[in-house]
Design a protein around this ligand. Sequence first.
Ligand code: OAD
Length: 228
Amino acid sequence: MEKIAVLTGAGISAESGISTFRDSDGLWENHRVEDVATYSAWERNPELILKFYNERKRQLDTVEPNAAHKALVELEKKYQVTIITQNVDDLHERAGSSNIIHLHGELRKKRSSIDDNLVYDWGDEDLKMGDKCELGSQMRPHIVWFGEMVPMLGAATEVVSRADYIIVIGTSMVVYPAASLIHYAKVNSQKYYIDPKASNVNGVKNMVSIAEKAGKGVPQLVSELMSK
Ligand code: OAD
């Protein structure tokens, strides 16, 4: 089977009703990214961080996968597909994709603040100050904040470097190291970039830009790839 690596960002979940990060005046759900998505913000104001991610998690319970998430599942009938997502939602899982790498963590999980390997299901309740891991430290969201390591980067790089096709969907390609992944692709692999603001990524060969919303552009590309 030929291999496809799919790199997704906030844009693929936009039509499900989850806000992107950089499409609304630089604010994410009314907050500056530096106030809610950095390790220093957690140190400075953990209550605000917990409130913010409790809200994001509750929002996740109200949204559903859209046509783009669902179309990607279809590709598995013909290709070996790995989704590498910057998103912390679980919409790829709920659509039914089999292989998913979360570069920036997962909203349905929480973890110890002193041992990154102690990861737990978040459960149904809000996460509160005083909720402790088995080592007695405060629990935090299982999110990779700015200023933190990206533990899944090595696995993602390997998948991209072996892929015959790369499909980039709904990401501004400005946040590193995620944005650097495309540069590990084989020179001859065929690449597609689906995003209303898609433009040629400098220095990347064989890339077709498809300036469409994911809900339209992804099902179209999937049907093209299925009939190859
Ligand atoms: P951005 O908000 O930077 O970019 C969203 C992209 O989605 C833009 O290029 C939009 O044009 C595009 N878009 C909007 N609506 C779309 C639609 N219906 N279909 C397809 N594309 C659409 O989001 P990311 O690139 O995902 O990190 O941001 C990367 C990281 O920055 C996030 O993972 C997050 C953030 O800070 C952390 O929180 C660590």
